[in-house]
Design a protein around this ligand. Sequence first.
Ligand code: ZN
Length: 306
Amino acid sequence: MSQFKVNYLGCGSATPTLRHLPSCQVIDYRDNLFMVDCGECAQLSMRRQRLKYSRLGHIFISHLHGDHCLGLPGLISTLALTGKEGGVVTIHTTADGADIFRRILGFFCRETPFDVRYEIFDPKATSTIFESDALTVTTFPLYHRVPCTGFMFAEKQKLRHLKGDVVRFYNVPVRDYARIKSGDDWVTEEGRVIPNAVLTSPADAAVSYAYCSDTVYDERVARSVEGVHTLYHEATYTDDYSDKARKRGHSTASEAARIARAAGATQLVLGHFSKRYADERQHLREAQAIFPNTVTAYEGLAIDLL
Ligand SMILES: [Zn+2]
């Protein structure tokens, strides 16, 4: 059973087409659902992918272009009618976003059986906007035609594993386990220091996922996501439209791959494909020439990170 999974609900740019829906992803971390962008049809795609409405607690909006946020009224209305009783849905957005969504949702979704809250972030800043005991969500700036923000979902440093036989050999009391797992040495009653490395084995690697919504190619993005495990990066165009990409504040597939390579990512997922393409084979070819471990996103794709 996956503990950290990304579900791709919408992988295209602009309005829904027969091939792609507008941007929407749902990150499932230990059964808590975090939506990133909310393109039209989000609520239908959630149902199709068997993601429970009742588990959705947070929605992060990267920027105020319709293909990234116009699904909100439909989603919140549907949640209100079915599936979510009580609790809170927090919409993370800019001050302008909160102002607009308050008015739209205030009109169409007046009576929800749950609270809708707004948390405002500065799109130019890097800041941690969500934190639980195991996960953080941090913003970082992207470079688009309007203020645009990326989101990094990162597990916190994990605890080291106790070596059961060694711990039993030294009769370590249970009350000291937590400190040892976080890295402390242990001292016996006689004052002998048992080094942590004797008592434990290394922690599992913390996993991270970065969402780079609409952006022009910019090396600052690579620095913001340095060391990320899985990078989602928009790839609206292929190389033959690189001028158009720059003018429209978008990237090509090979530019996305250069960001992944510079960041030292393990895996790259491409998305936000322009409707001018009949398929994404050319995107994949161009990206893999630079960063081989690349996949193209599609509606219904789910990637287990853990
Ligand atoms: Zn945009």
